[in-house]
Design a protein around this ligand. Structure first.
Ligand code: ATP
Length: 367
């Protein structure tokens, strides 16, 4: 188990910068997820931690030791690639114990560790089976077994569930998280799937265009996104971002969008631009008997206990998550309330959040 400290990490491929000035810390035992769209630099970051790619500049420390330019084999890590990279001519036992055989670990020790790993992964009954006939789930467990048996300080996983269908992915997410809880090793996990990240991570690092957008606990970055990108990337549906031109000054408790006053969490800094956006999650938009925010229902998407309404309103199109018991039809007129204590204002020039009372409270609360 180990802390990982990354400082000012850069990676250039010719003139293209894949990772730019990346600084973050992963605590011992944390399940740390690198999340972002395709091409944002997640895999390159992970490969540099693994030693499969060398940084252009910057530093990586694992448990206080500078490993920036050490080979992968000189770092105490195990890399779990996409699933099923198994040796087809070997059975389960041979596949899992292979890394230890290569390291020349004594037979007795291999036997003991194999039995521990099989117990952890609940695959004792499969040890003598050929891998070819295994189900997807069992193949996945064998792949993990091969990583776990080395007892590394750090596990690195690059979209390990990428090839699986959604139902099975869901099952494996909870298995992986459960396994992590039992083993307690530091894990760095790459995915572009925000739901996977939210359900598994202790901390998420959101990346976009080679830079870090935000690092934090899942609920914290969901509730307090520091950029428009993070606000839109997390959540299904994502946060409503209502673009408008106007002013936002320190001390304001209300904004004017298309001439409609909207109460907001008190703003604590002056906006440097008039190009602004108001952010609010669909669950914080409610239907009321009357308000100045009038709209028409465009679509109603039934989701069981809730429904998602897409509403064309006087302040822009937005989504509301409301009780599915409320009868709703396309074309229906509605009045909306945006919960002021859940509002966020963004500067569209920088894409960054404007400090308001709720953010300040959250940061000072040590969340
Ligand atoms: P994906 O999920 O699609 O792999 P990612 O966020 O993991 O996305 P990376 O694989 O880190 O992204 O790639 C970041 C950028 O760096 C991409 O534009 C990619 O084309 C580029 N890149 C990665 N490896 C190399 C390489 N060896 N040579 C040149 N460009 C590379």
């Amino acid at each position: 188990m180990a802390d990982i400290t990354v400082a000012n990490l850069h990676k250039r491929f010719d003139s293209f910068t894949a990772v730019k000035d990346s600084t973050f810390t992963i605590k011992n035992g944390e399940f740390f997820v690198l999340l972002g769209p395709s091409g944002c630099g997640k895999t390159t970051t992970l490969r540099m931690i693994a030693g499969l790619e060398l940084p252009t500049s910057g530093q990586i420390e694992i448990e206080g030791k500078d490993v920036s330019f050490l080979r992968a084999s000189e770092r105490d890590i195990a890399f779990v690639f996409q699933m099923f990279a198994l040796y087809p001519h070997m059975n389960v036992r041979q596949n899992i114990s292979f890394p230890l055989k290569c390291q020349g670990v004594p037979r007795k020790e291999i036997k003991k560790r194999l039995s521990d790993v099989a117990e952890i992964l609940r695959i004792e009954h499969l040890l003598d089976s050929p891998v070819g006939g295994l189900s997807s789930g069992d193949k996945q467990r064998v792949s993990l077994g091969r990583a776990i048996i080395r007892q590394p300080q750090v596990f690195l996983m690059d979209e390990p569930l990428g090839a699986l269908d959604s139902e099975f992915r869901h099952l494996m997410c909870s298995e992986l998280r459960d396994l992590h809880n039992r083993m307690g090793a530091t894990t760095v996990y790459v995915t572009h799937d925000q739901l996977e990240a939210m359900s598994m991570a202790d901390k998420i690092m959101v990346m976009n265009h080679s830079v870090i957008e935000q690092v934090g606990e899942p609920q914290f970055i969901y509730d307090y996104p520091s950029t428009i990108f993070v606000a839109k990337f997390l959540g299904e549906p994502s946060m409503n971002i209502l673009e408008f031109e106007g002013s936002a000054l320190s001390g304001s408790t209300s904004l004017s969008i298309n001439g409609i006053p909207i109460e907001v969490s008190p703003i604590l800094e002056d906006a440097q631009t008039e190009r602004l956006a108001l952010g609010i999650r669909p669950e914080h938009v409610s239907l009321v008997e009357f308000s100045k925010v009038k709209g028409v229902v465009e679509t109603a998407e039934y989701l069981g206990t809730t429904q998602i309404l897409t509403i064309s309103s006087v302040i822009g199109t937005l989504k509301a998550r409301v009780d599915s018991q409320i009868p709703m039809a396309r074309g229906q007129q509605v009045y909306l309330r945006l919960s002021p204590e859940h509002t966020t204002v963004f500067d569209r020039e920088t894409g960054k959040v404007l400090m308001n009372a709720r953010y300040q409270e959250a940061h000072h609360g040590g969340a």
